[in-house]
Design a protein around this ligand. Sequence first.
Ligand code: NOJ
Length: 574
Amino acid sequence: MSFTLDSLRTPFASASLSETDPLNKDAGIVSPSTNDPDWWRSAVVYQIYIRSFADGDGDGTGDIAGVRSRLGYLRDLGVDAIWFTPWYASPLADGGYDVADYRAIHPSFGELAEAEALIREALELGIRTIIDVVPNHVSDQHPWFQAALAAGPGSPERERFWFRDGRGPDGDGIPTHWVSDFQGETWTRTTNPDGTPGQWYLHLFTPEQPDLNWNHPDVRREFEDVLRFWFDRGVAGVRIDSAALLVKDENLPEVPKNPQPGQHPTVDRDELHDIYRGWRTVADSYPGARSLVGEIWLPDIERFAKYLRPDELHMAFNFDFMARPWDAANLRASIDATLAAHAPVGAPSTWVLSNHDVTRPVTRYGREDSSFAFAAKRFGTPTDLELGTKRARAAALLTAALPGSLYIYQGDELGLPEAEDIPAGLIQDPMHFRSQGVDPGRDGCRVPLPWRGTAAGFGFGPEGAAQPWLPQPESWARLTVEEQESDQGSMLWLYREALRIRRRIPAMTEGDFAWVDAGDGVLSFSRGTGFLCVINLSSAPIELPEHDSILLSSTQLVSGRLPPDSCVWLRTQH
Ligand code: NOJ
């Protein structure tokens, strides 16, 4: 359980491509592809959790000004697009996934004009902007919900949500026993203006996030308008929150024991596809491919792929791969299933190691059980961060070499571990509170980034700024951007090299994928001609296959052999 980064800080093999190398596509530093209609198929998308990226005004909370001041960092990292978690007006009952007004920016994050400027400035550097839309629910402070509460039972205002009388003569019986994704009940009873108990309303998440009724034409119209509002401002894509949950069975049945596909009352209902066909029509009516990416957690990968038919979403997050343990057979099975399911619909796979909801890879891969499941999160799980870091480095190269688009969550490029010592009084995540404190919640992966220096705050804000809204572990002094920029053995350096090479070798984004035979516990695959990726998940070092040169390695080779938990990119003849 020790964490000394020193063993990982040794410079490792990396060969620059020579100017005459036939694999070299000199793409320059910035993406030249802002007119490419297929940009999203192999894009590298960097997820910005805006509260925690960089604080421009010094109030301890990240903001648009902070992002604008760091666009050069994102360009140097080599990303094609940035995805912002919700930045709209919101009471932040669920970190912004409780939107009160889609056409206004939260005052802590800035103003609409700043968002517009950011979108423009990023594009000048070749970086597209993707926004987050949360169609399953709104904030309880949204004018529609406030109007519904005020208008009372039977009113048209209530039709936009799921208001129901309770069961039994007093109406105090909950309408269904559906369980929230955040644990606990999914219905909250209202109070009438005269103080008597009123109707109940549905919320699959917190009571501050009432579910919208997607059978209502106002709801459909409003969200298509929201898409237009942001497409008009130049955004290149939309990430769709809880994309498989919008439609509910109007009869409100209980959840059957083993629901058949499409029979669950709140998940993956067939009517959803029509909604997304409408969204695709809106996206396609704009010049320069505007893409839609769905947050879809579904165990049935064929049902999952249906959302990616050519007239629906462009992409969806590949959580199956993300949740798999560090194990060769397991990862290979996920890669195979992913590629097989995407091929018939012609959609690219996405590769995701983490996001703002899940345990950081450096921590997860350092645990005995390195798979991810929300239900399994607990305080005090033993973790070997040195091992986790080594594996996270290898996983970064593995995912960057697979066909499709790549999503990087802010801070993973710095190898940040999950912050597990946030004082109880500072925890904010409703997942923690709704589990009665059993689930540590998601704040541990949302801690503000360390940029520079050795004192608390680590340059998150300007000189003299308030302390960050969540405290950063002291050990992060060794993980600041400043520290890592000058260290060829750092995670940041590895990510920059990987993305630079990926951009310069067309085979890595365009070449056919093929497995190559390798020993037990080893995965090896080629992309097109001349590129081979080898990842050693066994417990012993392995000999490298025949190759011309080493492009990049996640760990220093030992006597020419690839150590366990390491990945190497090779330039080969065939
Ligand atoms: C998924 C988002 O990623 C998560 O952060 C949020 O809490 C839920 N959807 C509810 O909107």
